[in-house]
Design a protein around this ligand. Structure first.
Ligand code: HEM
Length: 511
């Protein structure tokens, strides 16, 4: 008996000793890890490196970032200030907030900093992507790609965009159950990117299977770069290979059979533009550009569409004011959108609609920021940014902390109207599409898509929240409500059209 209790005591003592030594080892290795990064500061520069924590060896603060989501950056910004250091996705990172700091970074592209995404993103997007190109090569690629988003190209996409949105809203309305807006918006933007933008003719089954592969790709595009069985990085690489194979097949089919098409899609424009610029693209470049365009459009527009629907639900007065604007511009009449009324010029002349989209993108900016690497040691906000360190400029935190926005947390589209125009105070307080030489190339296309969606929602849809309250919004991987936003859409039968027509009359619609 005595021996038995002695064994138990010694076993407990051994376990306790193991725990203590492991804790000590962890604490020491963590200290060494912090010192390792402090030692990489530029000794010739007298300024301190930014405050912050590098977390645990190798993984840094990646797990904190993943689990804390939106509060990760804001809690550290509150603790350490607008410029702080951390360690994410396998590398040291300085996170930067505030219009003046962001301006310095974005205007310093190619001299102070250069775009460099995390290793996982670079591998998955490929060496020919715009995201991985710098200097002259980047400039030339943008010139070729710019034609894809020209006014002429947008005119050509518009009827197809409207058609895809109308078809989608019809499907949503015919569903007897509420739909999950975020998931359905992902499908919608994937559909828009593949069928409208790229002109791929894929069967519904092919679309479905490609969509699931694409989700695997996107889910792992920001992962620890450890190529191990079952790691996110490995899954992402496998998804990329499958995507590239299917896309090559679709591109070849498209190139062989382009008859019967009534408009030029982005791939047609891209191929023509590359010939005009004397830079004919090889298949690998075409595949990487294609995947990059789908990636750039997919998560951002899905997030923005969800936020738009959420804000229209939360603010019925805004929805009603949108309807008024459509009526007074001859787009909405007797409760129906007028046939052929949507043209690029009149869509872009709707001032209130512009304010609504701008405000959605201010409050719920889909992209949290952009990655850069310091090309030389430089000063920012009183700190040194050592050469070779990664820097991330923050869009959402800059919007949230900007002094130019009155009642910054309030959804108020009028802040962007001609009288108030709160974003006129310097370009870098409001930057949902980034800035400088890497400003979003698809900005006009994204705005057009969101405007058409808002017009269709205001003009011909009836929808209500299917849950008692709105759920919490999370920001990783992009902004979206945690439950995906459950909404019941109703079909507009003739009875409802009549009710809307009566409202038109009561409001004295003149068209
Ligand atoms: C609401 C939707 C969108 C938002 C908020 C958005 C935001 C952004 C931001 C912030 C950047 C700059 C990243 C940086 O500084 O590194 C960017 C770059 C880019 N975006 Fe968008 N984007 C949207 C939609 C689109 C769409 C629909 C496309 C194309 C189909 C697109 C194509 C691109 C491309 C190609 C770049 C890279 C530009 C370069 O590196 O030179 N985006 N986007």
């Amino acid at each position: 008996m005595i021996f038995e209790s002695f064994d138990l005591v010694s076993a407990l003592a051994t376990i306790a000793a193991c725990i203590v030594s492991m804790a000590l080892l962890l604490a020491v290795s963590q200290q060494l890890w912090q010192l390792r990064w402090t030692a990489t500061r530029d000794k010739n520069c007298k300024l301190p490196i930014p405050k912050g924590s590098m977390g645990f060896p190798i993984i840094g603060e990646t797990c904190h970032w993943f689990f804390q989501g939106s509060s990760f950056h804001s809690s550290r910004r509150e603790k350490y200030g607008n410029v702080f250091k951390t360690h994410l996705l396998g590398r040291p990172l300085i996170r930067v907030t505030g219009a003046e700091n962001v301006r310095k970074l974005l205007m310093g592209e190619h001299s102070l900093v250069s775009a460099e995404w995390p290793q996982s993103t670079r591998t998955l997007l490929g060496p020919n992507s715009l995201a991985n190109s710098i200097g002259e090569i980047h400039r030339n690629k943008r010139k070729v790609l710019a034609k894809v988003f020209s006014q002429e190209a947008l005119e050509s996409y518009l009827p197809k965009i409207q058609q895809v949105i109308q078809d989608t809203l019809r499907v949503w309305s015919s569903s007897p159950d509420p739909i999950t807006v975020y998931h359905e918006s992902q499908r919608l933007s994937f559909h828009m990117a593949l069928r409208v933008l790229l002109g791929f003719r894929l069967s519904d089954d092919e679309m479905k299977s490609l969509f699931h592969t694409f989700l695997d790709f996107v889910d792992n595009i920001f992962s620890l770069p450890l190529d191990l069985p079952f790691s996110g990085y490995r899954k992402g690489i496998q998804a990329r290979d499958i995507l590239q194979k299917s896309i090559e097949k679709s591109i070849l089919e498209k190139l062989q059979c382009n008859h019967g098409k009534d408009y030029a899609d982005a791939l047609d424009v891209l191929i023509e533009s590359s010939r005009e610029h004397g830079q004919e693209l090889c298949m690998q470049e075409l595949k990487e550009f294609t995947i990059e365009l789908i990636f750039a459009a997919f998560a951002t527009t899905a997030s923005a569409s969800t936020s738009l629907i959420m804000q229209l639900l939360k603010h019925p007065a805004v929805l009603e004011k949108l309807r008024e604007e459509l009526r007074s511009n001859g787009i909405l009449h007797n409760g129906c959108l007028c046939e052929g009324a949507l043209r690029l010029d009149n869509i872009f002349s709707l001032k209130y609609l512009d304010c609504v989209i701008k405000e959605v993108l201010r409050v719920y900016s889909p992209v949290s920021g952009g990655y850069r690497t310091a090309l030389q040691t430089f000063e920012l906000d009183g700190f040194q940014i050592p050469k070779g360190w990664s820097v991330m400029y923050s869009i959402r935190d800059t919007h949230d902390t900007s002094s130019v926005f009155k009642d910054v947390d309030t959804f108020d589209p009028e802040r962007f109207n001609q009288e108030r125009c709160e974003d006129k105070e310097g370009r870098f307080h409001y930057l949902p599409f980034g800035g400088g030489v890497r400003t979003c190339l698809g900005k006009q296309l994204a705005k057009l898509f969101l405007r058409v969606l808002a017009i269709e929602l205001a003009g011909s849809s009836r929808f209500e929240l299917a849950t008692r309250t709105f759920s919490r919004v999370i920001t990783v991987p992009v902004v979206h409500p945690v439950d995906g936003l459950k909404v019941k859409f109703f079909g507009l039968d003739s009875n409802q059209n009549e009710i809307m027509a009566e409202t038109d009359e009561m409001l004295g619609a003149t068209v």
